[in-house]
Design a protein. Structure first.
Length: 177
């Protein structure tokens, strides 16, 4: 798998992968509104313009077939504090359960630490999303204090975990396999 820049040409695949309002909130947080549309994605792409963009959006592409299988973003990139937030990580439904999420996250972390030279990447994930939490733990993320705490959805309380990974922790996880 490799990363490629997410562009206008990728909007349809991503929009189709977001099945419903619950899926959208779980994947993207409160910034987007259901149904996801091109206007919302255009706004996101604008944040990624310029040499010091605060957002980088990627698509995950299978190397052998060229098929797009997922999406991820580095958001809130702060070059002064050397931090960013990993977010909007999505393996498209037809490709889930194959370990692609872990591979995708590793590729984005490589961009964050090796290319951008960041020192800390954080993320927010709903505690009930056990596959995502396991994926993030599997690449070295640990639960950190702080964060939004909870989010409400149709009368349900969704606990939000704040997880983080430092450059040093990333390097240790690469050495340990």
């Amino acid at each position: 798998m490799r990363l490629a820049t997410f562009t206008h040409d990728d909007f349809t695949d991503l929009i189709e992968a977001v099945e419903d309002a619950r899926c959208l909130l779980q994947w993207a947080g409160p910034e987007y509104r259901y149904p996801l549309n091109e206007t919302q994605l255009e706004r996101t792409l604008r944040q990624g313009q310029g040499p010091l963009a605060s957002l980088l959006a990627y698509k995950a592409v299978l190397t052998d077939t060229g098929e797009t299988v997922g999406h991820a973003q580095l958001m809130g990139i702060d070059r002064v504090t050397s931090t960013a937030t990993l977010g909007r990580v999505l393996v498209f439904p037809a490709w889930r359960g194959r370990g692609l999420g872990r591979a995708l996250v590793r590729l984005v972390l490589g961009e964050a630490f090796d290319h951008l030279g960041l020192e800390l990447v954080i993320l927010h994930v709903f505690a009930f999303n056990r596959p995502a939490v396991a994926t993030y733990r599997g690449v070295g993320f640990t639960v950190r204090p702080g964060g939004p705490g909870v989010r409400m959805y149709e009368g349900e309380v969704w606990e939000v975990l704040r997880m983080g990974l430092t450059r040093e922790e990333w390097s240790r996880s690469l050495k340990s396999g």
